[in-house]
Write a protein that binds this ligand. Structure first.
Ligand code: CAA
Length: 274
């Protein structure tokens, strides 16, 4: 998963794309850093996020995703909807000249920038203030946890623009709020504010805007108190729960625990130990 062969993007490359990556011990912070465009995301943003995922230093256990300025992210850079697009990145119009299979493959590549945030060996936290629209909402949904400022405004705008949410956001949205509410939120493209986000389970915590950074740091630190391997195994178990019966989940618990017990209390490593 953590591909040492691939080179990590350097800070200059990231800055050109409007991203920053800071690694402080076990915590990595990814900052969307184009506040003058409300941290709008481009094709290059998603490729760079994927590259950050595959080259994340081994010691990192918590990944914070945040946005500079008043908005977490205003979603896709709307210049991509114009015929000229963004220099060097093309546009939706240029993408549309390809066959469906090619477009789908490209989308699957972009989704890699989001999917790695759910890996069991890390916990990802989105620290969200202001607008989180479209791709911004989906980036927040890609994270395991969301700490939000009291001015947060989530909006899934894609259907209003004739598109679907395709940056991995639909499953976590349905898992969190249920099918009916997800349909309503997506098809009306309405804004979900902080109080409702907390009530629906879209946010773990709401804090005053000025306290977002400190609250996120505090959560990151408390996540690090768990034993690393136990945290990974527990996240893996919890992630699998929805797809298993009670009996299957109980069996999965037993398998994970057997591996933990053997590792913690002795016993030679055998095939099947994690
Ligand atoms: N793309 C490119 N530039 C953007 C942008 C975007 N998504 N959102 C804002 N900006 C730019 C504005 O053009 C403006 O630039 P100038 O100063 O050069 O005029 C600057 O950022 C500040 O924007 P506002 O003055 O509008 O700031 P605001 O705080 O008053 O409003 C906002 C913020 C509500 C997010 C508003 O900017 C807005 O509605 N933006 C567009 C949101 C949008 O429709 N995003 C696409 C969603 S769909 C998607 O993301 C997924 C997909 O795959 C299709």
């Amino acid at each position: 998963m953590r591909g040492e062969a691939e080179r990590a993007p350097d800070s200059e490359q990231l800055a050109e794309i409007g991203l920053r990556l800071e690694v402080d011990g076990e915590i990595a912070t990814i900052t969307l850093d184009r506040p003058e465009r409300r941290n709008a995301q481009t094709f290059a943003t998603w490729s760079a996020l994927a590259q950050i995922g595959t080259t994340l230093p081994e010691q990192v256990r918590v990944v914070v995703v945040r946005g500079e300025g008043p908005s977490f992210s205003a979603g896709i850079d709307v210049r991509l909807f114009t015929p000229g697009g963004i220099p060097g990145q093309g546009s939706f119009a240029s993408a549309a000249t390809h066959d469906g299979g090619t477009i789908e493959r490209r989308i699957r590549e972009f989704q890699q920038g989001f999917l790695w945030l759910r890996r069991p060996d890390i916990v990802s936290i989105a620290a969200v203030q202001g607008h989180a629209i479209g791709a911004g909402f989906q980036l927040a949904l890609a994270c395991d946890l969301r700490v939000v400022a009291d001015d947060v405004k989530f909006c899934m705008k894609e259907p209003a623009l004739g598109l679907v949410p395709d940056l991995t956001g639909t499953k976590p949205l349905v898992d969190l709020v249920g099918l009916s509410r997800a349909v309503e939120i997506c098809l009306t493209a309405r804004v979900v504010e902080a109080g409702e986000a907390l009530r629906l389970g879209l946010a773990e915590r709401v804090v005053p805007a000025g306290e977002l950074e400190a609250a996120t740091r505090e959560l990151a630190s408390s996540l690090l108190t768990a034993d690393r391997d136990a945290a990974t195994a527990t996240k893996r178990l919890l992630q699998g729960a929805a797809g298993r019966t009670l009996e299957e989940q109980a069996a999965a618990e037993g398998a994970e625990q057997a591996a933990r017990i053997r590792k913690l209390f002795g016993g030679p490593a055998v095939r099947g130990d994690r």
